[in-house]
Structure formats: C-alpha cells, structure tokens
Design a binder for this molecule. Structure first.
Ligand code: SF4
Length: 643
C-alpha cells in the first residue's frame, strides 16, 4: 500500500532512516527552515534540486526562491532533493513516494514543482523524482489534478532535451518571474479552466517558455528547419528575464545539520560578467553586469551571520575580483568582523584583477590555497578563447601568492579548445612546472601545484556554439600526454573522464529528439550521471541507438554559421550576430577588452533599453541609455516580451 499522508511518511521514515547513509539528508528540521500551516496556505510550491541534499543545499538559487516564496503570507515553499540510491531502494520497497522535507507532504500534493537545472547531467534524476512522486513524466499526460512542473537554471537556456517533461521553463532570473507564475496559477485555479489554458497564460509571461506550444521541424539531414508556434499568443523568440537591479541578498539561510559541499554564507555581490571569455556559458547568459552596493552587502553579512553562525562568507559572482569595490568590501568586512572570526572567501578570482592589495586584505582569513584559472597555457590559445593574459602576469601572481606564505596553488585549464595543438596541451605541464619552481624558491618543498584539467564543451549561446567537441580518442591522447609529463613531487593532476564530457556535450547542444534518449536512459537505469560511481555511459550509447540517433551528430559536428540551432528561439539577449562576429574574431586570435571599458553592442542594451533607461547610474555596468524615461510600472508591464 502506498503511503499518503505526512503522519504515515514519518512512520515510514522512522523505519527506513536507520538503514540508509546520512539520514540527515531526509529529516528536515534544520535551523531557519520555514514551516507553515499547510491547510491555511493558498499555493504550495516544492523547490526541487535533482541531486542529493549535500549538493542542493549549497545552491544559491534554491535559497533565494525559498526566501522569496516563504516571505509571502499566502504561499509556502518546501524543499526536496534526490534520494541517494540506498534511500531510493528503501522508498521503492516501502512504497514511500517522494516527499518534502519541511512538512513531509507528498510532492504530488503540491500545486507547483520547481526543478533546478544548473547543469544537464541532472535530467535523469529529475525523471526519477517525478516517477518516485507518482506524477506522469510527460507534460502531455498530466491533467488539472497534477502539479504544474516548471524548471529553471542555466541549463534551461537550451530546454529542448527536456521539452517533453517540463510544463514551463523559466529562462533567466527567477526572483520576479516565480511570483508572476504563482499569480497566473492562482487566477487559473480560481477560474476552474483547463490545463492548456493555464499553459497558454503562462507562456505570455516575460521569461517563460512553454514547449508544448511549439513544434520543431527538421530537414532530412537531421538539422533543425524551424520552430513553429502552435498558438498565436505564444512569443517567438522567448526573451530571457532579468532583474533591472538586484534586490538585497538573502540572509536567512537554512543551516544543515550535516556536512554539505559548502559550509558557508553565500552572498552574491555581483551578477553577470563582461569579460567575454568565448567558452563561458554563464558569462554570456547572465549579462548585464549588476553590482550590489558595499553597504548593502555588509548589512546582509551582519544579519546572515547572526542568523546562521557560519564562520565563513563566500563573496560570490562569476568573477569576484572584478567587483569594482572589492578591496574596499574585503577591508570593511575584515574591520567589521575583526572579533568574530569570519573568514572571507572569493571563490572566483581573475588573475588580471587580483591585486597585491587584495591578497593582503585576504591574508588574514584565506584558508587553504589559491585557485587561478588561466584556462589555457599558451598566449596564442588564450587569445583564441578571449582570456588574454601573459605567462609573466600569471607567474607574477603566483610569486606574490607564495611570497605571502601560501603553499598551494590550483590552476584550472581546459583541453580541447578550438584549434588546439599538442604543443598547447604540453604547455600546460610546462606552465605548472614553472609555477612549481617559483613556489620552491619561496616556500620550499611544501609547495603544491594542482592542475585541474577539464575538457572544453561547446555551449549554446556562446561564440563557440558552432564548434565540434574533441572526440573520445583526442581527449584520451591529450590526457595521456599530461599524465606522462605533469608528474613529480609537488605536482598533482586532476582530469574529467572523457565519457562525462561526451554526455554533457550531447545534452547541452541537443534538440527535442533527445527527450527520447533521456527517457530511455532513465528507463535503463541511468541516475546520478554527474557521479563517477553511478554514471554508465554504455546505457547512454544504447539509448541513443534505441532512439535512432548518433551522439556524434551532437558532439563532434561542426555547425555552419547559418544553421538554425535548437536553442535559437531562446533569446539570451546576446545576439547571434555578435556571437558570429566574435567566433570569426577568435579564428584570427582577435580579442575584446572587458566591455565595461568599451561596449561591443552585444545586444543587451537594445533588448533591455527601457529597463536600463529607468535604472541609470552604475548599478549596471553597460552604458546609459539617454532618452525619455518611461514609468517603471509601464515598462514592467510592456516588457513582458521586450522588443
Ligand atoms: S551591452 Fe555592451 S557593455 Fe553591456 S554587456 Fe553588452 S557589450 Fe557589454
């Protein structure tokens, strides 16, 4: 018999939890969790991270939405995470469906389920969770009695491989759009109209994509011909949602009882990036750059520190050292929390903007070592990827780090960049050895240089969206070279399995036909594809074959510039024309400077001109739009589909 209410779920958990690893993943009850009276609430949302609790609890997006929804008196948000395989077995054996942590309600009892897709290798887990929740996997099989299933996150910028399973995708920033979705949902509930009516109403919200309202057509060679909208009101393209300015940061974080990936306060100081690295998906899709004021950040840290007791604050952004007031901010935090033992971490530093003064300011609190990401080891290659930087600059930074007594440096590289040669790969070993030599001279034999070498995966909405990914054999050969040459005392090499690269590469540039592959893979047992111990590439190869598709079509094919790409109808506001030009520039090693110094007209400003005009000043790092102001209320109404 299937368990159906919170009391029965609790009874079942009492029996199951002593038999599984880390029961704290499934209990809830942490400091700052929000429990509301279920029966008094109009709309209930389950926020779902389709991987384990230990990872999901470090996801800032989930924490933000949890806070926003729970701040509304008529809404509640609860959390759910993927059960680890031992828990899944126990749940299936005991007929215990997926439940939420806060009040232990079945996911099927919620009004809205919101999945977070920061990366593509979570897709089979999402299907698994729907199945464990006894909710039909296909959007076409759900009716008004089922929850509305939505999803967002960076991977949603190419939603097509999951189009068959998700009712509506959020494209872009979720803070405002989640409340728009709830509003429409509440109106629909009151009206008693059909589920298709709900989906059509959702589709006209700025930043919402309802895939069932569109149809894909293909040419006989398998490339996409066009995306056709099936109802007149559905927008085409679907423009991403952005916030004109960032609201104050979340301060009431749920504090886990068990160790999670990041045991720290995550405070986002800036969103977006203007550096223009050509491989970087996040850098392209999160434009424009918007900063939070220093005082607002300090105030938020004070509050959050008092509410959580964390001993470390992570100042988050895609490139924290590019925050214009970073030195002032770190010095002020240092002064303000002098007696509180609050360590500051800057998880993403750029070598060019990482000053000696900043290093000194971090000196007191920085634990462990420094991570630098040159991404490529030759200056030629770094020009191609638009991360221009000289080896001398990198070595100067390494010297300054060692001079201050740190002994460990991590260097991130990628192999497989377009036009890479074996010399470019070999240069990774040489550069690491050069950094090691500098370290030895300064800190002696305690020095440790770790090279994290991943493989480049071409991503949608980037200037490299057309290029092939390295083949399995090419990756193997390059990794073997590094394993042979990058060894010795003080050197460590880490790399990704080529199979992981192949899967992510096919899903990230996949089209609608990959829904069938994802489903097939899940049916054949694929779960936790981002986990070495569970990932089964053979299952994926069989699933591609079963669907009659060739993975190489998605991974290794050079696309032509005029090909219609499966994500072209999703508008990141960085225009294809700009991406094309940037791709062609890369072929000549032509670089662009940080666009805060000179705007390259990527498309952000024309798309969001009205918003920019109404939010003048330096909150945005894009140039001002100088023409008549329009009342904000009017813009936010009209901007539902800007342009
Ligand atoms: S509009 Fe100009 S300044 Fe703004 S992100 Fe694009 S290129 Fe950079």
């Amino acid at each position: 018999m299937t368990t159906t209410n919170s009391f029965e779920i609790s009874e079942q958990l009492d029996r199951i939890l002593p038999t599984v690893q880390k029961p704290g993943r499934y209990t809830g009850g942490e400091l700052n969790q929000v429990v509301k009276d279920w029966d008094q609430i109009k709309t209930r949302v389950a926020l779902i991270f389709p991987d384990i609790y230990d990872l999901g609890m470090s996801n800032l997006g989930l924490a933000i939405l949890y806070d926003i929804l729970n701040n509304k008196p008529d809404l509640l948000a609860e959390r759910a995470f993927s059960p680890w395989t031992d828990m899944e077995d126990a749940m299936r054996k005991g007929n215990l469906p997926m439940f939420s942590l806060e009040t232990r309600h079945l996911l099927s009892d919620f009004d809205i389920l919101g999945f977070s897709f920061p990366y593509e290798t979570l897709y089979t887990n999402a299907l698994n969770m729907l199945d464990l929740a006894h909710i039909p996997l296909f959007t076409s099989e759900r009716n008004s009695s089922h929850p509305l299933v939505i999803a967002g996150g960076h991977a949603a910028f190419n939603p097509e491989p999951m189009h068959a399973f998700i009712d509506a995708f959020v494209i872009g920033e979720g803070e405002e759009v989640i409340l728009d979705i709830v509003d429409i949902y509440q109106d629909w509930k009151k009206s008693g109209s059909s589920r298709p009516t709900l989906l059509e109403s959702l589709s006209i919200i700025w930043g919402v994509y309802v895939p069932s309202l569109y149809q894909a057509h293909y040419y006989s060679d398998g490339t996409l011909s066009n995306i056709e909208k099936l109802v007149d009101t559905a927008p085409l393209p679907i423009i991403k949602r952005i916030l004109p300015h960032l609201p104050p940061p979340v301060t009431r974080f749920v504090v886990p009882y068990i160790d999670v990936v990041h045991n720290r306060l995550p405070i986002e100081i800036m969103r977006g990036c203007t550096r223009g690295c050509r491989f970087c998906h996040a850098g392209m899709i999160t434009r424009p750059v918007r900063e939070r004021p220093v005082d607002e950040i300090i105030g938020a840290i004070e509050q959050a520190h008092a509410l959580t007791g964390y001993e470390e604050v992570g100042l988050l952004s895609l490139s924290s050292s590019d925050y214009t007031q970073i030195l002032d901010l770190v010095q002020k935090i240092d002064k303000r929390f002098d007696n509180s033992h609050l360590a500051v971490s800057l998880p993403s530093l750029r070598i060019e903007s990482f000053s000696v003064e900043l290093m000194d300011a971090l000196n007191k609190s920085k634990r462990g070592g420094f991570t630098l990401a040159p991404e490529a080891a030759t200056e030629r290659m770094r020009e191609i990827i638009n991360k221009p930087l000289s080896n001398d600059q990198l070595l100067d930074t390494a010297r300054a780090i060692f001079d201050r007594g740190w002994t460990k440096i991590k260097l991130y590289f990628m192999i497989g960049h377009p036009s890479e040669t074996i010399e470019d790969v070999l240069a990774i070993s040489d550069l690491c050895k050069a950094v090691l030599r500098e370290g030895k001279q300064r800190v002696g034999n305690r020095v440790q240089v770790t090279a994290g070498v991943s493989t480049f995966i071409p991503k949608p909405h980037t200037p490299f969206q057309w290029v092939p990914c390295d083949t399995f054999e090419q990756i193997k050969e390059k990794q073997a070279l590094l394993k042979r040459t990058l060894r010795g005392k003080g050197l460590k090499l880490k790399w990704n399995a080529p199979e992981d690269t192949m899967l992510e590469s096919s899903l990230s540039r996949g089209d609608r036909r990959l829904s069938e592959v994802v489903l097939e893979a899940w049916k054949r047992g694929a779960r936790f594809d981002a986990w070495k111990e569970h990932f089964r590439y053979d299952i994926w190869l069989e699933s591609f074959q079963a669907a009659g598709l060739d993975p190489a079509f998605y991974t290794h094919r050079q696309r032509s510039i005029d090909e219609t790409l499966p994500w072209d109808h999703i508008d990141s506001a960085v225009r294809k024309k700009f991406l094309t030009e940037d791709y062609l520039w890369s072929k000549n090693g032509k670089t662009r400077i940080d666009c805060r110094e000179r705007c390259f007209a990527c498309g952000i400003l024309p798309t969001f001109a009205d918003l920019r005009r109404n939010f003048p000043g330096d909150i945005w790092q894009c140039p001002e739009v100088k023409s008549k102001r329009i009342p904000t209320k009017e813009i936010l109404t009209n901007v539902k589909v800007p342009g």
